[in-house]
Design a protein around this ligand. Sequence first.
Ligand code: DX5
Ligand code: ZN
Length: 222
Amino acid sequence: MARTYRIAPSILSADFARLGEEVQSVVAAGAELVHFDVMDNHYVPNLTIGPLVCEAIRPLVKVPLDVHLMVKPVDRIVPDFARAGANIISFHPEASEHVDRTIALIKDQGCKAGLVFNPATPLSFLDHVIDKLDLVLVMSVNPGFGGQTFIRQALKKLAAVRARIDATGRDIWLEVDGGVKVDNIAEIARAGADTFVAGSAIFGAKDYKATLAAMRAELAKA
Ligand code: DX5
Ligand code: ZN
């Protein structure tokens, strides 16, 4: 079955002195989503952006804003990102006392809900909520920094989640985040991913259009 692939550049590796231009460039280069890596220096050992940045970027592009909350506790900040223009909000189950309630909170705000799995996070968190999700995000690095090396165990995890998503018969996106490059994206797609976060592979390249085209050429071979 032909799968729809989406590329979601992570602004974590963008030039923050020219963030608006950077986001418009990657969207012009063909990105279907813009991925916001939100970090609080509590759940992960780094501090990045808040709702203000999402609000500033929102009017510049039409594509969905894909907000990845590496924040604990997470519920407090969900409405702020929804108001700032987020379309998808994903969170880590370890960052919520009540995962089902956080999913409902995100959807009550009119956003699509995603659940994020760190390399050691068991897939059992899907057992009672998979039918309420719009997206599952499998981390192929430990969260906190861009430019890390892809953790190959993520491939098996992607295949397991792909099987569970297909068993639901629902249109749930399967996103991968961390260490995605032109030279591994096809293998990752074959494992079952359909949505690809890439930060340093894209913003670290001179030509965004050429990089995205190279990723698409690889995906066409997957
Ligand atoms: C980790 C971040 C990174 C980022 C992607 O917390 O979520 O995975 O999005 O960074 P690259 O593509 O540079 O590995
Ligand atoms: Zn992310």
